[in-house]
Design a protein around this ligand. Structure first.
Ligand SMILES: [Zn+2]
Length: 468
């Protein structure tokens, strides 16, 4: 008997965590954080159904916090077994988990000071979920695996990591389980990337599975084409250069920031735009950049060639990194045209906030929104055309131009998900679970898969078991 139980990302996109049980072993695939909802702290725990003493191994598909963020909680709970992932994932997870620990410790200190002032008692969920020590311990339990190499991970369980093309080091994981007298293959897609993401190789999934657990983030639609998006992006830069304007790109620090710089480099190389200064104004993006430069062995052919000849770094010669807060503030005194890439991606915190305050009322400035903006975020307000925004108690009229570019996703669209499924399921598949998507995305994907492949999908809820 094989049993799969999701403890997150079931009907939603965050909190990825699956427990895979056979008669002989228990393995977790991802153990990510729930994000985006104020009540999420209460969910960011080790669920009652997961017992650290019985977990034999963890397989981590990639470093994003919604896939890795509860690992330090599991470690704090006492888990001391191995965490298998690729080298790229280990290095990305290190940046992301260190940052998460830092934010939580900082938030806690702030709450603690406020509580002392007001005489309020701190509640259970005010305490940090984990600290730096837990993260260090988590990283020490990582066992690095190579793509395409089968490794034994628990009694009767082997795993192979395949390129998922979503983030540096990202993988789909093929788990081979000895069940009674036969072997069964369960494939976890992880997050599947689109074709042709800069730097990364395209997804290369396994070609055989009995059970598939497939993400469905964009199961309901295809993205705008990258070509259209890049043309729009180029026009914005050309206009800004003409007006000597400033361009601000709120961006997630890891993955998206590198993707944006890659596209800018392409435009500089083909002389479609001049090499104007680019301020990489995000300590986390600078660290992520170093990880990308360290792992050029993971690059696709195009990026490898650009890197080997030194062309890419030449195209990016106008990049200036801003490590300290003073370096960031000094950008205020610069004359346009220039580009600033700063976090946070949804304008909810970070250095982008002071750029918004300084430039949102300047009609020659451009804010280019390149990522998903959650409801309630400042970024979403800008996208929705708010006439003014309130920042740190001050009201600012929005006079800068706001551009929303929709084609930069690191997730496969519907057609690419169907292709991915078609590859893995080519020799027949007995069970399909659709996860990591809201129902409005996974319902249409379920229908398409039924229509095209005649396979019916199971849409599990949180902690709902699926027995195979
Ligand atoms: Zn991801």
């Amino acid at each position: 008997m094989i049993r799969i139980t999701p403890y997150g990302a079931a009907g939603e996109v965050t909190g990825s965590a699956y427990m895979l049980e056979s008669d002989a072993a228990t393995v977790l695939v991802d153990f990510g954080m729930f994000q985006g909802d104020k009540d999420d702290d209460a969910r960011n725990v080790v669920p009652g159904g997961v017992h650290r003493a019985t977990v034999n191994a963890v397989l981590l598909t990639h470093g994003h916090l919604d896939h890795s963020g509860r690992l330090p909680v599991l470690i704090r709970d006492g888990y001391r077994g191995p965490i298998y992932c690729t080298h790229g994932t280990r290095d990305i997870a290190e940046i992301i988990l260190n940052d998460a620990a830092h934010i939580q410790e900082y938030d806690y200190e702030r709450k603690h000071r406020r509580a002392q002032r007001t005489g309020r008692r701190l509640g259970r969920y005010d305490a940090p979920l984990f600290d730096q020590q837990d993260v260090d311990q988590t990283l020490s339990q990582i066992v690095i695996v190579e793509y395409g190499v089968m490794v034994p991970v628990a009694t009767g369980v082997h795993a192979v990591f395949h390129d998922a093309g979503h983030l540096l080091g990202s993988a789909s994981v093929e788990v081979r389980i000895q069940d009674a007298d036969r072997e069964r293959i369960v494939v976890f897609s992880g997050d599947v990337g689109p074709q042709h993401l800069p730097y990364l190789r395209d997804p290369a999934p396994p070609v055989k599975a009995d059970v598939i657990v497939l993400e469905s983030t964009y199961g309901d639609r295809d993205h705008r084409t990258l070509e259209e998006t890049l043309n729009e992006f180029q026009q914005i830069i050309v206009d800004a250069v003409e007006q000597k304007g400033k361009i601000f790109i709120p961006s997630f620090a890891i993955g998206r920031a590198q993707q944006m710089m890659f596209h800018i480099a392409e435009m500089v190389r083909s002389k479609r735009i001049p090499a104007i200064p680019i301020f990489l104004d995000s300590p986390m993006a600078i660290k992520a950049d170093a990880v990308y430069r360290k792992h050029t062995e993971l690059f696709d052919t195009e990026s490898s060639q650009l890197v080997e000849g030194g062309q890419l770094w030449h195209d990016l010669r106008s990049v200036r990194v801003c490590v300290t807060a003073d370096e960031s503030k000094a950008i205020n005194d610069e004359q346009g045209p220039f580009i600033v890439i700063a976090g946070s991606g949804m304008c909810t915190a970070g250095r982008i906030m002071h750029h918004i305050r300084n430039s949102i009322s300047d009609p020659t400035s451009h804010f280019v929104i390149v990522g998903y903006q959650a409801r309630g975020s400042l970024g979403r307000k800008l996208v929705d055309g708010a006439p003014g925004v309130k920042l740190m108690g001050e009201y600012h009229n929005v006079r800068a131009k706001i551009h929303t570019l929709g084609g930069f996703s690191a997730h496969a669209g519907q057609t690419e998900l169907l292709d991915w499924f078609g590859t893995v399921a080519q020799s027949g598949v007995s069970t399909l679970l659709l996860t990591h998507g809201e129902d409005r995305a996974r319902n249409p994907l379920r229908d398409k898969i039924q229509e095209r492949f005649g396979v019916s999908a199971f849409l599990p809820a949180y902690s709902e078991h699926c027995e195979v």
